[in-house]
Design a protein around this ligand. Structure first.
Ligand code: G6P
Ligand code: ZN
Length: 578
């Protein structure tokens, strides 16, 4: 018999860590699976991969094998997800393995629902040791599509690479899974279920998160805007997790009309959609905002609620501009009333934010792609507002990017600008705010070209080829009409803990501030996705109204020819342009 009784384990008087009592723990033999290495944010694979016997269980056990026992024994963990297919079964597996490893209590979102920012908020508020997020973010869901799992630490921030590397190491040698012999927990009702010394509490997914947001923003100010007859708002939850948050927050608390929420019910397959808020995948919303007499404000969030897209009437706010505008307008947000500690962006994100930091004399940081790199800066008290070109924006109220936070930040700015406007007076619009920002700071034209699901070999060779060019390049080299300032493969030294990460993206920076950056995505689940980021600074206001694709055309052509992208990938056109 391979079962062990935890209660019969000898207790050591020298340690306060107790084994779970009153539940039977089974030890199940297992064999390693290859390829359980986590990417930019967690482990993401096809559902069919995760549903292979013990595949998920192995990873969860490997995680417990990687954490110091004091980080989970008798501890409190949080569990939730974006509502995608397989979450319900996965939740039961995770609960049982957590119990089997001596976790004291798990807080689970009702129906297994908790957005990524909500998990971060709950971990912090409830002083949990950490939490699991069952999500493959914006990747499609359903039996044929993706599933994923992320682990966040006690500050609410994604586990650092030192931990995820350890987990991966342990997946390669795993031989045993410790699982509690307890029945499935009913996740449909809020309340506590006890199994001996272990308990599961099903929580409302919205309340802790909403409570936090109410301390960040002036809800009365936003409510004033949303109840104006001359301001029309629309939020697209893309059939994903923010559907669970949109009505309680925008409608019940802030007075938006019920029909301002579209696709507001989370579905296991996101309604066959691709829940990624950008110009391609949130096309329905874009069409509504660009239609004649469309609404004044539109926003969308992704599968797990951490990304956002902001639109005005016939106007798209690039994520790079969005974070810069928020940083320049923090007076509209009570959370920042005692000042802003610092600003940060990921390396490929445009330099619009840099100009705000300079003008406001704020500390500024450039980190690699991946929200986890902001966490240390926040914990050290050096960072308040940050963002990424990949539709992530947020602040140090939690340790994840936050889609609904970004929407509320923008609503606050618009509300603040219009608070003295009488009925019938023309309101200052989203595009007015952005254009005024450009007039003050200059415009950083920005675009990203994605080539999804390329052959890995060709994509890797292209990056190697670019690294080779970098190694031979020198300041002053001519690229058409552009003069090279420097080229490198981005290396980051964390100013807080001194850790170094290298090979974070090949960049060519030109003397006029223009940049071309190449990276392979760390979040895909099949093949390789090549990302090319193109940026050009334009101080001249008379040129600010040009379409980004037109303004950037020469630089885009240069980016494609310098990298021999078409030869290496065989692709004539990108799959997505943002
Ligand atoms: C996730 C991370 C982000 C990151 C994004 C893009 O959403 O949370 O921080 O910017 O992935 O990653 P990728 O490697 O696909 O460009
Ligand atoms: Zn996401």
């Amino acid at each position: 018999d391979s079962t062990i009784r935890a209660t019969s384990a000898p207790s050591s008087p020298s340690t306060a860590i107790a084994e779970p009592e009153g539940i039977k723990i089974n030890s199940i033999p297992t064999k390693p699976f290859e390829g359980q290495k986590t990417g930019t944010s967690g482990l993401r694979k096809k559902v069919k991969v995760f549903t292979q016997e013990n595949y998920l269980a192995n990873w969860i056990q490997a995680l417990f094998n990687s954490l110091p026992p004091e980080d989970y024994k008798n501890g409190l963990l949080v569990l939730g997800g974006d509502g995608r297919y397989f979450n319900r079964e996965a939740a039961q597996i995770i609960i049982k393995i957590a119990a089997g490893n001596g976790v004291g209590k798990i807080l689970v979102g009702k129906e297994g629902i908790l957005s990524t920012p909500a998990v971060s908020a709950v971990i912090r508020k409830q002083k949990a040791n950490g939490g699991f997020i069952m999500s493959a973010s914006h990747n499609p869901g359903g039996p044929e599509y993706d599933w994923g799992i992320k682990f966040n630490y006690s500050s609410g921030q994604p586990a650092p690479e030192s931990i995820t590397d350890k987990i991966y190491g342990n997946t390669l040698s795993i031989s045993e899974i410790k699982i509690a012999d307890v029945p499935d927990v009913d996740l449909s009702k809020v309340g506590v279920t006890k199994f001996g010394s272990f308990s599961v509490e099903v929580i409302d997914p919205v309340s802790d998160y909403l409570e936090l947001l109410e301390t960040v923003f002036d809800f009365q100010l936003i409510k004033g805007l949303l109840s104006r007859p001359d301001f029309r708002f629309i939020f697209d939850a893309m059939h994903a997790v923010t559907g669970a948050y949109a009505k309680p927050i925008f409608v019940d608390k802030l007075g938006a009309s019920l029909d301002s929420i579209s696709n507001g019910i989370p579905l296991e397959d996101f309604g066959h959609g691709h829940p990624d808020p950008n110009l391609t995948y949130a096309k329905d919303l874009v069409n509504i905002l660009y239609a004649e007499n469309g609404p004044d404000f539109g926003a969308a969030s992704d599968g797990d609620g951490d990304r956002n897209m902001i639109l005005g009437r016939s106007f798209f706010v690039t994520p790079s501009d969005s974070v810069a505008v928020i940083a320049a307008n923090t007076e509209a947000i009570p959370y920042f009333k005692n000042g802003v500690k610092g600003l940060a962006r990921s390396m490929p994100t445009s330099g619009a934010l840099d100009r705000v930091a300079e003008k406001l004399s704020l500390p500024f940081f450039e980190v690699p792609t991946g929200w986890k790199f902001f966490g240390n800066l926040m914990d050290a008290g050096n960072l308040s507002v940050c963002g990424e070109e990949s539709f992530g924006t947020g602040s140090d109220h939690i340790r994840e990017k936050d889609g609904i936070w970004a929407v509320l930040a923008w609503l606050s700015i618009i509300a603040h600008r219009n608070k003295d406007k009488k009925p019938g007076e023309k309101l200052i619009s989203v595009s007015d705010v952005v254009k005024e920002h450009w007039a003050t700071y200059g415009r950083n034209f920005f675009s990203r070209y994605d080539y999804e699901e390329c052959e890995s070999e060709g994509a890797n060779k292209m990056i190697e080829y670019l690294r080779d060019i970098v190694s031979k390049s020198k300041a002053g080299d001519k690229y058409g009409s552009y003069v090279l300032q420097f080229a490198d493969d981005f290396t980051y030294t964390d100013p807080v803990d001194g850790s170094v990460v290298s090979k974070q993206g090949v960049r060519f920076v030109f003397t006029d501030g223009s940049r071309i950056i190449y990276r392979l995505s760390g979040t895909g689940s099949a093949g390789a996705t090549v990302r090319v980021y193109i940026e050009q600074f334009e101080p001249d206001v008379s040129k600010h109204d040009v379409e980004a694709q037109i303004a950037l055309k020469p630089l885009i052509d240069l980016a494609i020819s310098v990298s021999k992208l078409k030869d290496f990938t065989g692709r004539e056109q990108p799959t997505v342009i943002t």
